[in-house]
Each structure stands twice: as C-alpha cells, then as structure tokens.
Design a protein around this ligand. Structure first.
Ligand SMILES: Cc1ncc(COP(=O)(O)O)c(C=O)c1O
Length: 399
C-alpha cells in the first residue's frame, strides 16, 4: 500500500468528478478500481513507526477499528463531495446517529429534537439519552416558534429533513440560526435527501449524519453510516468515541459505498424524475386522501423544500382511505413494488410505518405526527415510473 493520492486536490474538481475520483488511494499495483483492503491489523518496518502512529505523531493505519484504507477512501470521497472538513464512517446509520450524540453529550446537557424522526432515533432521544442524565425536548420541526422557545440552554439540536416517514421539512438555515444564537450545535440527519439533493453544512449545520445504507449504497446491499463535521469535533469528541467504542464500517461495505457514490448523482436524478411522476399520479387516484412529496406544490412546507433541496427526491408518503386492514390489503395486492421497511433502493419499496419503522413510537405520538393506519411510505426505485404507477393503480383497485 503506497497511499498514492491523486495529484490534483479533489476539491478543485466539480462535485460529480469528486464522486468518482476523490479519496482514491492506489496501491503499488496501480489498479484503476478502488481496492478492498481486508485486514484487521497492519505491520511496521520497526517498532518506532507503530509507536509514532499510535501516539498520533505520524499518519498511517494502525488497526481497522480506528482506520482502514478502503474505509478512508469512502470517508474522503464523501467529505470532498459535500465540502465537509472531515467524514468518519460507521457500521450503520444508527451507529452514526448514536456516536454523533453520545460522543459529546454529558449528564445535565439539553438536547432539542424534532418529533418527526425515524423510530430508532426517537428511542435514542426519549429512552437512551435520559438514562444518562441528558434532558431531551421534542418540538414540531416545522414550527420555528417552538424551536425558539425550546432552544435556550440547549447544547445540541437534532432533526431529520425530510423526516421519516411524514416527509415533514425543517428549515435548516433558520433552525441553525436560532440554535447558534443560543450556542447550540446542530446535527442534521440527511438520509432521505442524500448529499446529492441537500447540503446541510452549507446551510449552517455543524454535524451531518447519514444512513449510507440508503441512497449512498442505493442498491440495497450493505449497511453503513457516516458523520460529517469540522476537524476539531472529530479530534476532541468523535474520534476518541469511535476509537474506543468501535462502531467501525467494514472494508467490504466501504468499498460498496465508494462505488455507490460514483453513481449517486445520476441515480438521484432518475429517482427524482420517476418519483415526481408517481406522486402526481397518486394524487389523482381515487382512494388516495393525501400525498406528501417535497417536490409537489401542495406539500405543507413546499417553499422551504424548494429553498434547501435541489430536487424532490425519491421518498414520499401517502394516505389511503380506510383502516389498517385496507392498508395491508393494498400492500398484498402490489405485484411490482416490494413490501419492505427499507428505503433508497433501485427497487421500489413500500412500508406501513405504523406497524414497522414506527411501531415503537407511542400510539398517541404516532397520531400527533400523522402516522395513521392509512399512511404508507413509498421509496420510488429506478424502474420505469409508468410500471410503478400501473402497479399502485391496480393495487388500489382504481383501474
Ligand atoms: C432517517 C433515518 N436515519 C437513520 C436510519 C438508520 O439507518 P441504519 O438502518 O443504516 O442504521 C434510518 C433507517 O431507516 C433512517 O431512515
């Protein structure tokens, strides 16, 4: 491993070029494709080298829990694409969310979070953090007055936008402005939009977390997570946490993610074009009460979505008339779209959040968020959108 890096500073390239080239480290063999370095440990020519590396006095790999060449390619590529100072990869998106919070929150700190979030994130905020003396306050993410009221005394802010599964949009720039006024740090879960459609750090966020499992892989193969931040946060808080608690990404998964990044912009463009057609068709189908898609003018926060997203993305939610039995029957009748609690795949996937991803969220809280028994989440894949529309139509019994 010679760690030969490109001669050009990757950040001098345009974003699409960075997705294909940034972070590439070629071995002495000069391979064109990124190599997978499957090794838990590393060897040294002399004991002084390992001592210097372990003391942080010399760059170089020491152990794959701490760093690995293939993982570093993924981290450097994502950081370069998003113009973020540093990226650190994790085994899953939840490992990224947990690490980003636990690495710096302490007993007595206050966290303010948006209510509409992935079920496991709600569990971290409402169950895990309070066990360690962190006070947590939940607000309606789209209501800036609630943020302003809750923020005094906060150390950290966490929200997703668009949120899982309601597609609620939080105004990133405004919440960052309010939070920074109070000296709080802002962490944004950008899994739904992906870095191709939304850049929270450019809008003021201090930390961005990803479930790379979703659009970064994009083909439903591997789990992964990523955290972007400034260098001081990694050096003082995140780096030691990751090193000592060990939620590392595997080299193989990092390789899949590196290859996923190469096609991210192209896929998100095709996903978005398909999803826009599907959302419009769904909105016109009898039996569909409401469609929540950030690219549609009738989205409750359409103006904010337009301001901070460069496209509507592939995720939407829609509510059909009837109860849980009707929602289940509709899913059973689908012939192309797969029933799955995952998202961000080349294959279109449908989810019933109330009984899956948000099963652990209290019934009253689900009702408050609008996660009704008739609400379905659709991750539009890369199939021909007309086939997706035909499938939805036949399953609803409207053709
Ligand atoms: C918004 C959001 N954040 C985090 C996660 C967790 O990611 P992972 O499944 O990779 O742990 C998910 C998973 O669905 C998600 O939708």
């Amino acid at each position: 491993m010679t760690s030969i890096r490109p001669k050009t500073d990757p950040r001098a390239w345009r974003p699409r070029t960075r997705l294909v080239r940034a972070g590439l480290r070629r071995s002495q063999h000069g391979e064109t494709n990124e190599a997978i370095y499957v090794s838990s440990g590393f060897r040294y020519d002399d004991p002084e080298t390992v001592a210097r590396r372990m003391a942080g006095e010399e760059a170089g790999f020491v152990y794959s829990r701490v760093g690995n060449p293939t993982v570093a390619m993924f981290e450097d590529r994502l950081a370069a694409y998003e113009n973020a100072p540093v990226c650190r990869a994790t085994a899953t998106g939840m490992a990224a969310v947990t690490a980003a919070l636990l690495c710096h929150l302490r007993a007595g700190d206050k966290l303010v979070a948006a209510r509409a979030m992935f079920g496991s994130c709600v569990w971290i905020v409402q169950e895990l953090l309070p066990r360690f003396g962190v006070k947590t306050v939940m607000v309606d993410g789209s209501d800036l007055e609630q943020w302003a009221k809750a923020l005094p005394g906060a150390r950290t802010v966490l929200f997703e936008t668009p949120a899982n599964p309601t597609m609620e949009i939080v105004d990133i720039a405004e919440v960052c402005r309010l939070a920074h006024r109070e000296g709080a740090r802002v962490a944004v879960d950008n899994a739904f939009a992906s870095p191709a459609l939304q850049r929270p750090m450019e809008l003021g966020a201090d930390i961005v977390v990803y479930s790379a499992t979703k659009h970064i892989d994009g083909q439903g193969r591997c789990l992964g997570g990523a955290i972007l931040s400034d260098a001081a946060f990694v050096e003082k808080e995140l780096g030691p946490y990751l090193r000592h608690t060990g939620p590392a990404m595997s080299p193989f998964n990092a390789w899949v993610m590196v290859k996923g990044l190469e096609t991210l912009e192209l896929r998100m463009k095709a996903h978005g074009e398909g999803a826009a057609k599907v959302a419009d068709a769904l909105a016109a189908m009898p039996g569909v009460k409401r469609v929540f898609y950030p690219g549609r003018a009738d989205h409750p926060q359409a103006a904010v979505a337009r301001k901070q997203m460069s496209g509507g993305g592939n995720m939407m939610a829609f509510e059909i008339a009837g109860d849980k039995a009707r929602a289940f029957e509709f899913q059973r009748r689908l012939r192309l779209i797969d029933i799955s609690n995952n998202l961000g795949d080349a294959k279109s996937l449908i989810t019933h959040p109330a009984t899956t991803t948000h099963q652990s969220v209290a019934v009253e809280e689900r009702a408050r968020l609008g996660i009704t028994d008739g609400l379905l989440r659709l991750s539009v894949g890369l199939e021909d959108p007309e086939d997706i529309v035909d499938d939805l139509r036949q399953a609803l019994g409207t053709n």
